[in-house]
Design a protein around this ligand. Structure first.
Ligand code: NZQ
Ligand code: ZN
Length: 392
């Protein structure tokens, strides 16, 4: 195990009906004028925005609001949010929605106290300060409710890039699993896929002697394999929703990743797909992650055997470990298909002829990328190619 710091200062406020406490928590963390930021309308239709507004009124906290965040959130709305916060004297941002709304809120939070273009931070500039951000989460997926990350798409060129800092970790996140019961099955499955991917990005490591984090990762994965089909079959299953929602947070606070080198190539490779085609991040991962696994499995066959046996219940074949590794990957892809995810380019809406563009946008140039197995531009092209043609 390597040395590490673990910093996860967010107060998680979990359970049914907790959104009514938003005002109390905003006050607790020093907000006096709040921007309520939300998406395309699901939070309005469900009555959640009204609940949050009433809670702020009851706590005597002033607010303004900005809706309209799209999935794969855009820089254009971020600029609008920054202007609004400056005009209205906003000192606290409350994201009511999923990863896209939270990430847009984080981008506004960095942009308000910065004189330059907020996009500088998505081009590598170090984040020194931000307005405080908090969340009322409506989908278990990105883990942004507990992470210091934000991913924004620049509309001009559809360039999807991330920024990260502990300044972006939410002050509090209200997590009511019943709010996720209105999700379409497809979005639920996209979220589940993203949660599993956040674990796999950490699970595949070259660091040895990380039993505790291995076992935490496996617990999250096994939970997702058990609970996801239950909520697809019965969307109002509160207990299964609750397990998935907490799994999503545990998967991405980095609790599962400390003390070890991590990979993150699948995310980078996927972000080019959701950037170019504006598809859901989780759906893109369903296509990319098993393809990445197939491409890299012989870098450490025994680690893939560990996944296959401990997570997917495969029998270890000691005479042919590679067969066990590949069976584990096959079961992962089969699981993704069973919850309604696409598994190849055609099902996702991507085109094989765009592979050179995707690789170019990824921008690895002559270098390499990734923590588990270093990949060149040719390797990334090969992974897109596997993903393009994948089948069961
Ligand atoms: O906009 P509305 O109307 O709210 O609809 C949303 C949206 O269409 C809908 N939805 C959300 N909650 C709902 C609901 N519909 C009905 N009932 C509810 N309770 O779901 C759709 C998807 O929402 P979105 O916020 O885009 O989903 P998700 O949480 O998966 O976020 C995806 C974004 O997060 C980024 C992804 O790249 C993508 O841009 N990520 C952020 C990370 C982070 N900040 O740490 C890490 C991740 O790896 C990821 O990259
Ligand atoms: Zn993700």
């Amino acid at each position: 195990m390597e040395n590490f710091n673990f910093y996860s200062p967010t107060e998680f406020v979990f359970g049914k009906g907790r959104a009514a406490e938003a005002g109390h928590f905003v006050k607790k963390y020093g907000g006096s004028k709040v921007l309520i930021h939300y998406g395309g309308g699901s939070a309005v239709r469900s009555g959640l925005i009204d609940t949050v507004k009433k809670s702020l009124d009851d706590a005597g906290v002033a607010f303004c609001e900005l809706g309209g965040v799209k999935p794969n959130p855009r820089d254009t709305l971020v600029y609008k949010g920054i202007d609004m916060c400056r005009e209205e004297g906003v000192d606290f941002i409350l994201a009511v929605g999923g990863g896209s709304v939270i990430d847009s809120s984080k981008a506004i939070a960095i942009g308000v106290p910065y004189e330059g273009d907020f996009w500088d931070f998505y081009s590598g500039k170090r984040i020194e300060k931000a307005l405080p951000v908090a969340t009322v989460l409506t989908i278990a997926a990105a883990g942004s409710e507990g992470s210091g990350d934000s991913v924004i798409t620049k509309e001009d060129g559809m360039l999807k890039r991330g920024a990260g800092s502990d300044h972006l970790r939410p002050k509090f996140s209200i997590m009511d699993p019943s709010l996720t019961q209105t999700l379409p099955a497809y979005q639920t499955a996209c979220g589940a896929t993203d949660i599993m991917a956040h674990v796999f990005e950490r699970y595949f490591t070259n660091t040895t002697e990380v039993e505790i984090t291995d076992r935490l990762c496996e617990a999250v994965l096994i939970t997702m394999i058990k609970e996801t089909p239950r909520v697809i079959a019965a969307p109002d299953n509160y207990q299964a929703r609750a397990n998935i929602m907490w799994a999503g947070t545990v998967a991405h606070t980095n609790l599962c990743g400390v003390g070890r080198e991590q990979d993150w190539n699948s995310h980078g490779i996927e972000h080019e797909l959701s950037g170019l085609y504006d598809v859901a991040h989780g759906a893109g991962l369903a296509v990319i992650m098993p393809a990445w696994m197939e491409f890299v499995h012989d870098h450490n066959v025994m680690r893939f055997c560990q996944m296959a046996t401990r997570v997917f219940g495969c029998q270890m074949n000691y005479e042919d470990p590679e067969a066990t590794a590949l069976e584990g990957i096959r079961r992962f892809r089969t699981f993704l298909r069973s919850i309604g995810m696409p598994i190849n380019f055609e099902e996702l809406g991507a085109k094989e002829e765009d592979i050179p563009t995707l690789v170019e946008k990824f921008g690895v140039g002559e270098g390499t990328t990734g923590g588990f197995m270093k990949l060149t531009a040719a390797d990334i092209a090969a992974i897109y190619k596997i993903a393009a043609h994948a089948s069961l």
